[in-house]
Design a protein around this ligand. Structure first.
Ligand SMILES: C[S@@+](CC[C@H](N)C(=O)[O-])C[C@H]1O[C@@H](n2cnc3c(N)ncnc32)[C@H](O)[C@@H]1O
Length: 433
């Protein structure tokens, strides 16, 4: 189970129920998820009941981190790519009637808000998001209002998408990252709900379960996320995702009137102002922390100019490790800046994500090689200090700038996505004619 699946309970009328911390932790422990149980035991509770405000704030933090992944994997663009042709067909059939796109399990509404910002689906499209968690639906609404976007978010159940669907034949239902939250036996009912409403098409995105996607999820969640719940649930998502045959069987059983197919696609990174701010902060911290080491080196050289050869030898050795690493990262960034979105995604997925993860090991390896090559105690000490300074940047930045942000709510401003043209392949589930 994902931790976030267990932190809220609602009765039939939609009223919130108390959630006992020990019960959740015990359930996870019984499933063998001891780390998840430990994370839950650390959540604030009063009289054994999880603190509702703290849990809501946690949901927002986790989903903010998820937004980043959605942005990095260019989820909005991929959705527009897939459903664009269906929306165009519906528009052509009845140009005066609006087409509606409903995202079920929308979380903070990244996809819906991206579609609203970019206008990628063209005019006359109504955009709706539905989520079972009222806190997320309300936060999505707030974000959309702050961005002055023309889209709506409502609290509702994916099994009853009629909350947001008034005219099925003019509606396309989408979801991302929802299906792995549902047990396999419930999936046919999900598709059946869409068939019952006679929607024009549905398109659902989820992780392809495999060892590679689990590894990829681990790499990306370790490298990009800070919240323990995000890291835990993110990796588990990949492990518990339904294989394609299960999804196809569920679609065939629940919505036999539709032609369904499985399509795998990818996305790319979008830069954001916060990324650039983080880069500036990191560079400033590295510079500040390395200043004492550089000064010590200069003082030593002023006193003993002949030791220049020692420092040069040490520096060259370290560059032999750092150089190829930096060259690859720069190459990936170059791809990222110049090439099309598929190549850019490859650069992000194959190089930038994993290389962020191995950065500490590279720093230590370069330092160790420098120490080994220098054969000089003072140079070795200075290299050691430089390595410690570089490794300390991430925890220091976390403590100074990001810990406080983790106790606050979601960001109120999200950068406008850049509007770009892209091809639109026709591959969503369509109603049989
Ligand atoms: C992994 S999140 C994905 C959020 C968002 N679609 C995204 O891609 O970032 C799964 C979302 O599905 C929602 N959810 C789970 N079961 C649901 C249901 N039966 N009806 C509607 N939403 C549901 C959760 O509240 C959560 O926000």
């Amino acid at each position: 189970m994902e931790i976030t699946d267990l932190l809220w309970a609602f009765d039939g009328a939609g009223d919130r129920q108390d959630v006992a911390r020990d019960e959740v932790a015990g359930r996870l422990a019984r499933l063998g998820q001891r780390r998840a149980a430990r994370i839950v035991r650390r959540l604030p509770a009063t009289g054994g009941v999880l603190d509702a405000a703290a849990v809501d704030a946690l949901a927002l933090r986790v989903h903010c981190e998820l937004l980043r992944l959605a942005e990095e994997l260019l989820l909005g663009r991929r959705v527009a790519d897939h459903i664009g042709p269906v929306v165009q067909r519906l528009r052509r059939e009845r140009p005066t009637e609006p087409v509606r796109v409903v995202d079920i399990g929308c979380g903070l509404g990244y996809v819906v808000r991206w579609l609203a910002q970019s206008g990628a689906l063209g005019p006359g499209v109504e955009l709706f998001g539905v989520d079972l968690n009222p806190v997320l639906a309300a936060a999505a609404r707030e974000l959309a209002a702050a961005e002055a976007l023309d889209c709506e978010f409502v609290h509702g159940d994916a099994f009853d998408p009629g909350t947001a669907i008034q005219h099925g034949p003019r509606t396309v239902v989408i979801s991302s990252g929802l299906m792995h939250h549902l047990p396999a036996p419930e999936l046919p009912a999900l598709f059946a709900a869409q068939e019952r409403l006679g929607v024009a098409a549905f398109a659902h995105w989820d992780i392809v379960p495999s060892r590679w996607s689990t590894l990829g999820a681990w790499v990306f969640h370790r490298a990009r996320m800070r919240e323990p719940v995000s890291r835990h649930d993110g990796v588990l998502s990949a492990r518990r995702a339904h294989p394609a045959p299960v999804l196809m069987a569920a679609a065939a059983a629940g919505a036999p009137g539709y032609l369904a197919r499985v399509v795998e696609r990818t996305g790319l990174i979008e830069h954001r102002r916060s990324d650039r701010l983080a880069a500036r902060r990191g560079a400033a911290l590295v510079a500040a922390m390395l200043v004492p080491v550089v000064l010590a080196c200069l003082v030593d050289l002023a006193a003993h100019p002949s030791r220049l050869t020692v420092y040069a030898r040490t520096g060259v050795a370290m560059l032999q490790v750092y150089g190829p690493y930096a060259a690859l990262v720069l190459l990936a960034l170059l791809f990222y800046t110049l090439l099309g979105w598929r190549q850019r995604y490859l650069a992000a997925a194959a190089i930038l994500g994993p290389f962020t993860l191995i950065r500490p090991a590279v720093v230590v390896a370069g330092g160790a090689f420098g120490v080994h090559t220098s054969r000089d105690p003072l140079a070795a000490v200075l290299v050691g200090l430089a390595v410690v300074a570089v490794l300390a940047v991430e925890p220091v930045a976390d403590r100074v700038w990001y810990c406080a942000a983790r106790t606050a709510g979601p960001p109120t401003r999200v950068k406008r996505p850049v509007r770009r043209r892209h091809p639109v392949p026709p591959d969503v589930a369509r109603r049989r004619r």
